[in-house]
Design a binder for this molecule. Structure first.
Ligand code: LRH
Ligand code: MN
Length: 388
């Protein structure tokens, strides 16, 4: 039987990083539906992230995306965040929105374009020096749409060269999170399409390079928890971009489309002893709230991850090992399903109450008047978005 006191301590210590861009307007190529009260600048995004932390107690850092969160003084932005009780987390680069990157950024056939892209990656590390961030999150939209459009090997050589230069610029306590994605915006070959490619580049780079798993970036039917188990064994899992999807990179609320998958992923994290923040995995959200109110959606997503984690922590590990070692297929599956089918909401309500928080963060947020206040205050100016 799981030790409930230990489970509650692990849940209280859980840390989830929110994405600044999820507080801004987002959508699809068909439409971006603007919402009243959306932030107009990085400071207002950070204020919303601090609000998520205020009601959940487990989201003390917010990831930035450059240039969407570009400011003149990043040290000042850091102090502002800290004044609201949050820290600046991962710094995300953006080499996917400049006209120069049509045929690729660090993989572009044109050396001048590769230089431009690599300089942006290096600029992001200088920003991390100011914000005190550990994680440089690299995602490359780079890829090709037609066979023959470019040489697949040459593009890997170009990518490796840019990664090497970036890696060598890292500070002692900084690291690379190399995110992969099967497709989109490239529709024939993506240069970092899967965990194996990211993993291989991370091994080539060194110990400060780790893989970032975005749960929306796999082919349908991919067993993501296997990737988690494998990378943990290799000590090469650095972070998650949590969201959920029914079809492609839908960026829906984590756990909304497939709570059982999120549970299986968190079980491999717990089984691997990797839940504790000290282990070093950065559990981030990466979502787009195209039609739903953004702050309660992010609070709900944090709660979904907490619920999946609580269920994973309740797995009777001894009974599971016994059944597995006995080859008792049905019993082994039943032990895991017992935990998954456990209603952990009362347990999480206790954990929140013990932390002086409202047991229902979404309801507490709705009662707080914060949403009405930002709708009233944030009038005029340019609402934040992807600027695509
Ligand atoms: C790419 C991605 C990446 C971010 C972007 C906001 O699909 O997952 O992590 O840079 O979304
Ligand atoms: Mn992502």
């Amino acid at each position: 039987m799981a030790d409930l006191a230990a489970v509650k301590r692990a849940l209280a210590a859980q840390r989830i990083e929110t994405p600044s861009w999820a507080f801004g307007n987002s959508g699809t190529r068909f439409k971006v539906f603007a919402q009243a009260g959306v932030p107009r600048n990085p400071q207002e995004k950070i204020a919303d992230a601090a609000t998520v932390h205020r009601f959940t107690g487990v989201a003390p850092t917010v990831a930035l995306h450059i240039p969407w969160d570009k400011v003149d003084d990043y040290a000042e932005l850091r102090s502002y965040a800290e004044s609201l009780g949050v820290g600046i987390g991962a710094v995300n680069t953006n080499v996917f929105q400049d006209d120069a990157y049509k045929l690729g950024s660090v993989t572009n056939p044109d050396a001048g374009v590769r230089r431009k892209a690599t300089d942006h990656l290096l600029e992001a590390i200088a920003i991390m020096d100011a914000t005190g961030s550990r994680d440089l999150k690299l995602w490359f939209a780079d890829g090709i749409n037609y066979p023959g459009q470019d040489d697949l090997r040459n593009r890997q050589d170009r990518l490796a060269a840019a990664l090497r230069e970036t890696y060598d610029r890292l500070g002692a306590d900084q690291r690379i999170l190399l995110e992969y994605k099967l497709f989109e915006p490239a529709f024939y070959a993506t240069d970092v399409p899967d965990w194996g490619t990211s993993y291989a580049h991370c091994i080539e780079l060194g110990e400060k390079a780790t893989v970032c798993i975005d749960t929306g970036h796999h082919a349908p039917g991919t067993n993501i928890e296997f990737i988690v188990a494998f990378l943990l064994r290799q000590n090469k899992l650095g972070a998650f971009d949590f969201n959920s999807r029914f079809y492609a990179d839908d960026d829906l609320m984590a756990g909304a489309a497939d709570p059982f998958q999120l549970f299986r992923i968190m079980y491999e994290i717990v089984r691997g002893g990797a839940l504790d923040p000290a282990y070093g995995i950065n559990f981030m959200l990466d979502q787009c709230h195209n039609i739903e109110t953004k702050i309660p959606a992010i609070i709900r997503s944090v709660m979904n991850i907490q619920e999946a984690t609580a269920k994973a922590l309740l797995v009777d590990r001894d009974a599971l090992s016994r059944a597995q070692n006995d080859g008792d297929v049905l019993e082994a599956n039943a032990v895991l399903m017992d935990a998954y089918n456990t209603d952990v909401r009362p347990l999480l309500a206790e954990v929140r109450a013990d932390a002086g928080l409202d047991p229902n963060p979404v309801a507490a947020y709705r009662r707080s008047g914060y949403q009405e206040r930002i709708v009233q205050d944030r009038v005029g100016g340019q609402q934040a978005g992807w600027g695509a």
